[in-house]
Design a protein around this ligand. Sequence first.
Ligand code: ADP
Ligand code: MG
Length: 668
Amino acid sequence: MGSSEKITMVPGVGPKLGTEFARLGISTLHDMILFAPRGYDDRREERTLRMTSQEDATISCRITVLSHSEFPSRRGRTLKVTAIDEDGTRLQLLCFNRPFLKSQLTIGSSWYIVATVERYKGMYSAASFELKKTREEAGIGRILPVYPLSGELTEKMMRRASSFALTMLSPLPDELPSQLYDRLGLMHHDRAYRAIHYPESLEEASEAKRTLSFTELLLLEIKALRDKSPRQRARSLPSRREKALISSLPFSLTPDQESCLQQIREDLDSPAPMSRLLQGDVGSGKTLVAWLSALHVIDSGGQVAFMAPTELLARQHAEGAAELLAPQGVRIAFLTGSVRGEGRRLLLRSLKEGTTDLVIGTHALFSEDVEFHALRYAIIDEQHRFGVQQREALRGKGMDPDVLSMSATPIPRTLALTLFADLDVSTIHTMPSGRIPITTYLVKEDSREKMFSAISVEFRRGHQAYFVYPRIGDDGESDLRDVTTMYDNLKAVFPGVPSALIHSRLDEDEKMRILRDFRSGRISYLVATSVVEVGIDIPNATCMVIEHADRFGLAALHQLRGRVGRSTLPSYCFLVYGRSLSEDAKARLRVMRDTNDGFRIAEKDLEIRGPGEIAGDRQSGFLRLRFASITESPELVELARTEAEAIITEDRGLLKAENAVLRKSLQD
Ligand code: ADP
Ligand code: MG
């Protein structure tokens, strides 16, 4: 039994249908077996006309032909056949342009019919139906698979192909070590494949699905765990300047910051290159952990690159680093696309000669002309791509530094275990003490008055606010017009309160100047397009107003809200929404109102959008699950992870006889 028999072996499948199968990813009989039905057509019970309802208008029963009539229709003649089922209910079969059926459906003949009927003025009728001579042919008494289709493929053809494949390839071998079947209550694979296509009961189908999903997830986990290089854990200690910086802080590190820092140190001190994600809610103190770990590397003579997603953020980080690290004697440089000429030349030379310890910038850090003396460590801030591309870029330059990605959008655990299973993850769960949760209000567009008066009170207390407007069109012009209109309106609402408009068209120096004025309190509120970037840290800002909040995704809303609540002051977020909200938008706004917890929000986001959307870039090719759904059965993901860890710990090479099946499955 091989796995290369072509799908065109199925009787009735020629080259033309073959391409339709191929479009569904089915080239061989084996592919057909792996092709999951999207549901089932349960024909176990005979369903007569009397049993139909609005929810389920399908019938599958025996009928007898009573009479014929014919009438002209646009393209030929239509035959109307009146029949009666065994309960005595009448049904009209409309055979458009098929008057020839008359000779088959002779008066008095009996048929098994499968159809969806319509009811009009007490009369049942059906325009499309299957008629068979026997119960078996009609599939009555069975549960039939319903497959996704393509082009001219019909369910009938798909069913023929799947039964043919099951017959040809049976018995299908086990794919898991034998100990797992009993212990985890799984079906043997021959039965599982049969049951996923032609189950005896819906319970059997779901059991089969559990087995096949588990198998798929287990292989995924094993593969990811094998790809990760095993690490000899070093007993790493903080370096001299790390200790100095920690003791100079006006606060102590949170326990989570401590433990994340320790995990990173150990990776940095071990020979295998680090690929780690540091995740923690907005404001949880990731950046500080990053600076401390940078000191760890600098103290041992290495260089560090810190990359931010925008120039504005890079500058803010450079200022932060100057404040914290320069007093420790760290030599810092700032490099973005806008650093040019002589300044750039000198900077590049110092990087190459190793007289710069830490360079902070945008993706320009990894451009062609940048060479390092000894780049040991790259930190990537607020990137949702988790450093994959940057790592590739660096490898291309012959460097393979340790990479730390930082994200305030946590990966839901199920995704971390599947899609990102090859990445190590450190998590800061708890916020520095003293933070007060942000209160979030949902505000209808035409009742903003109360919101405005609440914000006035905050201004009188000397606190500050952001007003954010989304990008609405692709055309930046009209977005700018909208945000400018809002800026003017707000001036009328808050007369005499100093404000500024900030958007992507301003040049970087201008943006920086505005932010500096905002930080110093000279400006009370900022009106911004959604470029009010992630990561901006202005503790005295206590109000975040997001206009058209329904147009933002959960991750973005959470990021934006995270611009406030960065001190011990009570903070407020106002999500302003318009009239016609989609169900998803409503769900998102409710989640925002009900929780401040980034992890809960990430889980909800996964539920609402599904894994494909969230994973973005990574989705392609890496995770194409046939049977498993990580949103439907997260517990199966956990189970697969646990079992995979046990297997890999005991037999990393999968060399034991009982694991030979796994080795084979992985090769396939
Ligand atoms: P993140 O990068 O996770 O969004 P930041 O590193 O910007 O968070 O930290 C937010 C603020 O919290 C900063 O002003 C930082 O100085 C402060 N901070 C960091 N760690 C602590 C701590 N352990 N205790 C109190 N404040 C802290
Ligand atoms: Mg940050």
